[in-house]
Design a binder for this molecule. Structure first.
Ligand SMILES: C[S@@+](CC[C@H](N)C(=O)[O-])C[C@H]1O[C@@H](n2cnc3c(N)ncnc32)[C@H](O)[C@@H]1O
Length: 264
């Protein structure tokens, strides 16, 4: 099936416009990530803000999955975890990451099923990467499956991206709208207590936002909303620091581009 047809008929997010989860470069992501990029994707202040949030919400001694990782995980240096599993697209980047106990490479747009046991993790982190997911609800349902009930997923992002690889809708939106979109992903995946925070405004550094959710409890048979019927367009927006916002069905008035390209 052609990619346009396959991606634009994702059943979990019917309120998004057709093609919202397409990207400019339809080639397999494995080609784009074949060469390692041993660079920072956030500036120092934004990295410090991510680390501060992790210090606040990640359980010391717990088992962590750093999904869509690279050579840095931004975990607080003074906090020990029982396991830090890394996932990404480039083996050399992951091998260079000093915080990882073990790691695996997997293209989540090709295969969203995580090779990890159910209820085995105490937190999942995902930094500067959510904009590349073309099957976000499927991936986050997998995240919910591998987390223990109530355990947090922590998704952080700024305003930079690889433009040819970020999904189309991301590039038409900006900060608070990005938060609403990610909150929608999490709610459709069954997460509870979804909360968005603006961590850095972007006036003196890279801007930074976080969207957090808690893995559902014992009864995981019916995630909160399957994206059909009366729910279309009606999911609650994020709670917390950035206020509620309806999930965007089209780009709202743009004050700046939603996605600045990384320097080459
Ligand atoms: C900008 S980097 C962010 C890396 C790291 N989380 C950080 O904070 O520096 C984007 C990452 O998204 C991940 N990624 C991109 N496309 C992916 C895909 N199709 N499947 C799985 N991971 C992907 C890769 O691990 C890549 O390193």
């Amino acid at each position: 099936m052609p990619e346009a047809q396959r991606i634009s008929t994702v059943p979990h997010l019917p309120e998004l416009p057709a093609g919202a989860l397409l990207k400019a470069d339809p080639a397999p992501d494995s080609l784009f990530y074949a060469e390692p990029r041993l660079v920072a994707h956030l500036d120092d202040a934004a990295i410090a803000a991510v680390t501060g949030l992790y210090r606040e919400v990640l359980p010391a001694g717990g088992a962590i999955l750093d999904l869509m990782s690279s050579w840095i995980s931004h975990l607080p240096a003074e906090v020990a975890f029982s396991t830090v599993i890394g996932h990404g697209m480039n083996a050399r980047e992951l091998a260079a990451n000093p915080r990882l106990s073990r790691w695996f490479v997997q293209d989540l747009n090709a295969d969203p099923v995580l090779p990890l046991a159910a209820d085995s993790l105490d937190a999942v982190t995902l930094c500067a990467s959510v904009q590349y997911l073309q099957r976000p609800v499927e991936v986050l349902r997998e995240v919910a499956r591998v987390l223990r009930p109530g355990a947090p997923v922590v998704i952080t992002f700024s305003n930079r991206c690889f433009p040819t690889k970020a999904v189309r809708i991301w590039q038409g939106l900006q900060g608070r709208e990005h938060c609403a979109l990610v909150a929608l992903y999490l709610e459709r995946a069954g997460f509870a207590g979804v909360e968005a925070r603006e961590l850095l405004s972007g006036r003196r550094s890279d801007p930074l936002w976080a969207v957090l959710g808690a893995a559902p409890g014992q009864d995981r048979s019916a995630p909160a909303g399957d994206g059909r019927g009366s729910e279309a367009g009606g999911a609650a927006g994020p709670k917390g620091g950035v206020g509620a916002a309806a999930p965007p069905s089209r780009p709202q008035r743009r004050r700046r581009a939603g996605c600045r390209a990384f320097p080459p």
